[in-house]
Write a protein that binds this ligand. Structure first.
Ligand code: FAD
Length: 487
């Protein structure tokens, strides 16, 4: 019998599990996918938002800043990759009133680090931006992080401190029996005193399993373009355009590792699991961004991807114990859910305590998790070639040429309490196959290491099935952009 069963291993589920592992509570996470962080947590803008954009009347407005200010400490403990870069909302308009309104809202949300700046200061911060920008709202403490590494780090640390994680366990039914819950998955049956529903876009379906149907999840997809490493280096902050009815609009940022990232767009015509990308949407994002930041080179495109926002019918976060005592919904966690996750976690711990869960301190809790890889500059290919050519099993052998990932780093990633069953899982942990060749060179080399370490064959079909599909290819995008120019 578990004290708490958490459904979903995105940033919300893993972060709550890690917090609960500070106590002696018996905790189980059930996740339907082959790995942690396979939902919205792996496909988003990766921005640690300032906390000024959402209205103070909304829970998401009140939790964002409270979450943001915990990232530095969390990164020092868990080493997932976080950098305080600052953010700008820019306008090409002479009128700065709309920015002042957003700033007012930010002040209501408790932010101490907002200012409105003019062209000269904007140019100092972002010299590469178009000269047409007139005003910007600057938030000094906003930043970027590596979101999937954050969830992986949370899960690894939670497991180390006693939490059990069951992957490939899709919850199909929940029944309340006397004072506890029976949770059924496609793999087994589990009993727990409290159930936390952190199932992202599927949280409405999970909630309905206990008869609570007071909200729906209305999926809204957003597509992105990612460029080669180094392309993000000229961008110093996160650059937003003025928000629209559909959200924060297309942004320009560098990823934590220096890839230029542009997007997302937004459409409600989508299925919950449809993460395919579309050439018209990708080209549209490119066109919108090109006007702001002329340095974008489409030949440096490496990948497109889609994230699905779990927008709730209330258009706010839903974080509450439901009418079914002991069953807690955490739903509608769209942006800024990643940023808010530490504050959401605090709130849920409070709800659990109020609901009667006693949390006795775990005296063995270890808050630290070592990084697998750290951000480092790439060496010239000539210098690393001898290390690429070393045979399998050699100390210092480089497996992935583009990102210069060593074999010992991959081996480390495979033995941290979560079985990594796909090349995609190795990629998220080490960056191997994340570079310009997108695994063409190293995929078979990664599989070799996985097979040796686990002593079993990796099924290529299984790997492809779990690695996402239907992505716009570079050659197609270049051709499409050319055809648009010719029109
Ligand atoms: C396009 C986009 C851009 C965003 N940008 C930002 C940003 O820049 N900054 C920010 O702060 N936030 C951003 N967000 C929001 C952020 O990504 C989410 O709020 C956050 O990742 C939500 O985490 P989660 O754990 O609730 O959901 P998820 O990560 O989706 O996790 C839910 C998990 O539940 C599992 N699950 C579902 N059903 C079942 C079942 N039946 N049984 C077992 N497991 C199940 C899923 O497989 C999944 O792993 C963005 C979101 C999107 C989509």
């Amino acid at each position: 019998m578990y004290d708490v069963i958490i459904i979903g291993a995105g940033i919300i589920g893993t972060s709550i599990a890690r917090e609960l592992s500070k106590s002696k509570a018996k905790v189980l996470i059930l996740e339907k996918s082959v790995d942690v962080s396979m939902g919205a947590t792996k496909a988003n803008s990766a921005i640690v938002h300032g906390g000024f954009a959402e209205k103070h009347s909304a829970l998401k407005g009140r939790l964002c800043y409270k979450g943001r200010i915990q990232f530095k400490r969390l990164d020092e403990e868990l080493h997932f990759g976080f950098e305080e870069t600052g953010s700008l909302i820019i306008t090409m308009d002479d009128d700065k009133e709309p920015l002042e309104k957003i700033m007012e809202n930010g002040l209501l949300n408790g932010l101490p680090d907002l200012s409105i700046i003019g062209p000269e200061e904007i140019r100092k911060i972002e010299p590469e931006l178009t000269e047409d920008v007139k005003w910007a709202l600057y938030c000094k403490g906003a930043g970027i992080c590596s979101p999937y590494e954050m969830a992986i780090a949370m899960a690894e640390n939670a497991i180390r401190n006693g939490v059990r994680l069951e992957l490939e366990n899709k919850v199909t039914a929940i029944k309340k029996e006397d004072e506890h819950f029976k949770v059924t998955s496609d793999k087994g049956e589990y009993e727990g005193s409290y159930v936390i529903n952190a199932a992202g876009v599927h949280s409405d379906e999970i909630s309905k399993m206990v008869g609570v149907d007071n909200f729906e999840i209305l999926p809204r997809s957003g597509e992105y373009i990612l460029f080669t490493r180094g392309t993000g280096d000229p961008i110093n902050t996160v650059i937003f355009q003025m928000p629209t009815k559909l959200g924060k609009g297309v942004l320009v940022a560098s990823t934590y590792y220096g890839n230029l990232l542009i997007g997302p767009d937004a459409t409600d015509f989508t299925e919950k699991e449809d993460t395919s990308t579309h050439i018209e949407r990708i080209a549209n994002i490119y066109g919108q961004t090109k006007e702001l930041y002329t340095k974008i080179d489409p030949r440096k495109f490496i990948r497109s991807f889609t994230g699905i926002r779990a927008r709730s019918s209330t258009d706010d976060f839903i974080i509450e114990e439901t009418t079914v005592k002991g069953f807690i919904n955490i739903a509608g966690i769209q942006s800024p859910g990643l940023t808010s996750s530490p504050a959401i976690t605090e709130m849920v711990i409070g709800i659990l305590k109020d609901a009667g869960l006693e949390l006795e301190t775990n005296p063995d809790f270890d808050p630290y998790r070592k990084p697998i890889v750290t951000k480092k500059p790439l060496k010239p290919l000539k210098e690393i070639t001898p290390f690429i050519e070393l045979p399998l099993g050699s100390k210092d052998r480089i497996v992935c040429r583009c990102e210069q990932v060593r074999e010992d780093e991959i081996v480390d990633a495979l033995h941290r309490g979560i079985k990594v069953k796909t090349v995609d899982g190795v990629k998220r942990r080490t960056r191997a196959s994340m570079g310009w060749c997108q695994g063409e060179f190293c995929k078979s080399r990664i599989i070799e290491v996985m097979e040796r370490e686990y002593g079993e064959k990796i099924d290529p079909k299984f790997d492809i099935e779990h690695s996402g599909v239907n992505r716009v290819q570079k050659s197609d995008l270049l051709e499409y952009l050319k055809s648009l120019e010719e029109e």
